[in-house]
Design a binder for this molecule. Structure first.
Ligand code: NDP
Length: 256
């Protein structure tokens, strides 16, 4: 173990959905620890602004416009990161959406769109990044789950299925790639104040107060709560940690 186990200088991370919300909170933590960052999203202006913001921390940050459900866009994302930043040490599979409807009202198209964005994208991006990590002899993959990786959700069946799936996908990659010195872990956020949950608060009556009452820490999470876990799971500090699913939830998942 190095004397600076959380130092990410010289490392490069791809963060999907890194232009806002939890992804940006993680990207900022990684950049503060010294990593170069490729911010990936569909919204070009938002991604460019996020990359410009991170550059102010003194690291190289680029914005890559890609839809993570599109195989050729994912291949291009990896190629461009290697071309411009030189390597890939860390992949954060964070891009995600939700469509809030009960199971009997969800169309197949809506189901497919959520599963592809939240789960299939992690498969595509991990598979695309694997050769660079294997060649380097090391790598870190962080997949983003949810409280719905653990609990059922009457209003989000495809989302819960995708987030349950992401934990099993994490465990499978962890086992497959341990011999390559690639650690694969999942982070399970509780209720975090982002654009995604702003929409949930608009759609679900009383959600804001219900979350406060149900969370032992008695607050919503902030995107800055994700900097530390991102650095830990990306650094030498976690070299013997793989296949885990770590809640970052203010105690939500252990509240009886
Ligand atoms: P936001 O809506 O703020 O961010 C979602 C991000 O995903 C955006 O950057 C968006 O960028 C990107 N994205 C969505 N679809 C695609 C796509 N097809 N291709 C590329 N990028 C895409 O959400 P959060 O920050 O809240 O959520 C981030 C992750 O955390 C998600 O996986 C979510 O499920 C998970 N999570 C969030 C919780 C919360 O309370 N906020 C709780 C539990 C889990 P763009 O629009 O530019 O494509």
């Amino acid at each position: 173990m190095t004397s600076k186990p959380f130092d990410l200088r010289g490392k490069v991370a791809i963060v999907t959905g890194g232009n806002g919300g939890i992804g940006f909170g993680m990207a900022r933590g990684l950049a503060e620890a010294g990593a170069g960052i490729a911010i990936v999203g569909r919204n070009e202006a938002k991604s460019a602004a996020a990359a410009a913001d991170l550059s102010k921390l003194g690291v190289r940050a680029i914005s890559v416009v890609a839809d993570v459900t599109d195989t050729s866009a994912v291949t291009a994302m990896v190629e461009r990161t290697v071309r411009e930043l030189g390597r890939i040490d860390i992949l954060v599979n964070n891009a995600g959406i939700n469509i809030r409807k009960p199971p009997h009202a969800l169309s197949l198209e809506e189901w497919d769109s959520v599963i592809k964005t939240n789960l299939t994208s992690a498969f595509l991006c991990s598979q695309a990044a694997y050769p660079a990590m294997k060649a380097a002899g090391a790598g870190k993959v962080i997949n983003i789950g949810s409280m719905m990786s653990i609990f059922g959700a009457s209003f989000a069946p495809a989302y819960a299925a995708s987030k349950g799936g992401i934990v099993q996908f994490t465990r499978s990659c962890a086992v497959a790639w341990a011999p390559d010195n690639i650690q694969v872990n999942a982070v399970l956020p509780g209720w975090i104040d982002t654009e995604l949950t702003q929409r949930a608060r608009d759609q679900i009556d009383g959600l804001h107060d219900k979350v406060l009452a149900r969370t032992p820490a008695a607050r919503w999470g902030d995107i800055s709560d994700f900097a530390g876990i991102a650095v830990f799971l990306s650094s030498a500090a976690s070299d013997f940690v793989t296949g885990t699913a770590i809640p970052v939830d203010g105690g939500f998942s252990v509240m009886g």
